[in-house]
Design a protein around this ligand. Structure first.
Ligand SMILES: C[C@H](O)[C@H](O)[C@H]1CNC2=NC(N)=NC(=O)C2=N1
Length: 101
């Protein structure tokens, strides 16, 4: 799928529909808190499945009770695109099921 960098206004408009996510430099980012370390591990594995399905991969960091994602689109030089928002929305859909907040 061909993707184009989003404008600052497009990013802000899309972020308004995505509570918890923010722009961190040139990357879309969110940190989740979980109730246990293994809940965090399970979320990482679930996100990894989604990322392979979408063929779009965040930098995914596992902490003790935390999972952090930051993502932009490498193929357009590290800009934020619709693919980053697609991934963010897919993660938002499954995160509550893991008790992530
Ligand atoms: C060949 C493969 O489709 C590409 O390298 C994919 C893999 N995952 C990716 N992930 C991200 N974040 N950006 C990309 O441009 C990208 N490209």
């Amino acid at each position: 799928m061909a993707v184009a960098p989003l404008s600052q206004k497009e990013i802000e408009d899309r972020l308004a529909e995505l509570p918890g996510w923010a722009l961190d430099g040139d990357r879309l980012a969110r940190a989740y808190r979980l109730d246990s370390h293994f809940a965090a591990v399970a979320l990482v594995v679930h996100v990894a499945h989604i990322q392979d399905e979408l063929d779009h991969h965040s930098d995914l960091t596992l902490g003790y009770h935390t999972v952090t994602l930051t993502v932009n689109t490498h193929s357009v030089g590290g800009a934020v695109t619709a693919k980053d928002f697609e991934l963010a929305h897919r993660v938002e859909d499954i995160a509550p099921g893991h008790g992530a907040h």
